[in-house]
Write a protein that binds this ligand. Structure first.
Ligand code: TYD
Length: 230
């Protein structure tokens, strides 16, 4: 039996509340309709260990976490996620759609927490086999509107969850401006991989744009329906 062709790895990035999760699920449904075998996952999270780390990282009950400890936990989550979920799926020939990846650490810990990019890229090399997505959709939006939306959503969610996920949403406007600036710098550095998408448009419009990007970048203009993973 020939080895299956390695799957494609697509990540979604952007500020909290920008609508990444919806767009990722919509793209997943579209690709599945076209016969692509795939998994969707997220960071922090995606594994049993990762979901525990997620609670620690996102709960506003976690106090006094140092920026470097926060970065270390994000990478512990990611190293486990890559070895347990992402690489095995790609090697089986499945596509992997992931809500956040190392660009989030570069934007939030490198930019937002002002740790800089170098430490993030070094950790990525050492702990993550330097695994690069085939494509990153960077959803761009106005800082104030997006963060306000994330805060509203998390207040709603925390009514039904044992723990909230509000620790980052408590950060200042200046923090989110630094996160956005770091994302823009990544997009400038890696224009082949990172494609910015205006997230202010209607959900269906953004979805269409994302499909267009995936077709162009990962199928070189061939209709998706002709592509089937083995
Ligand atoms: P997420 O669940 O994607 O939140 P949202 O749906 O609000 O975008 O991400 C959780 C938070 O974790 C988000 O505030 C960004 C933060 N984060 C980092 O700071 N560094 C990282 O490496 C990752 C993966 C996430």
């Amino acid at each position: 039996m020939p080895l299956p062709q390695r799957g494609k790895f697509i990540t979604f990035e952007g500020l909290d509340g920008v609508g990444k999760s919806t767009q990722m699920e919509n793209l997943a449904a579209h690709l599945r309709d076209r016969g692509i075998d795939l998994i969707t996952t997220r960071e922090p999270g995606g594994t049993a260990l990762g979901e525990k780390l997620r609670t620690v990282l996102l709960s506003s009950r976690t106090e006094g976490l140092s920026p470097l400890a926060e970065l270390g936990l994000m990478f512990a989550d990611r190293a486990q996620h890559i070895d347990e979920q992402i690489l095995p799926a790609l090697e089986r020939g499945q596509w992997v759609l992931c809500d956040r990846f190392t660009d989030s650490s570069e934007a939030y810990q490198g930019g937002g927490r002002e740790l800089g990019s170098e430490v993030v890229l070094q950790l990525h090399k050492t702990l993550c086999h330097d695994l690069q997505p085939d494509l990153t959709i960077l959803m761009l939006s106005d800082v104030a509107r997006t963060v306000a939306r994330a805060r509203r959503r998390n207040v709603e969610q925390s009514k039904t969850m044992a723990d909230d996920e509000n620790r980052f949403e408590k950060e200042s406007r200046a923090f989110y401006n630094r996160v956005l600036a770091a994302y823009m710098a990544i997009a400038k550095r890696a224009p082949q991989r990172v494609i910015p998408v205006d997230a202010a448009d209607a959900i269906a419009t953004v979805h269409k744009k994302i499909i267009g990007i995936v077709e162009e970048r990962l199928f070189s203009g061939k209709p998706l329906s002709k592509q089937k993973t083995p």
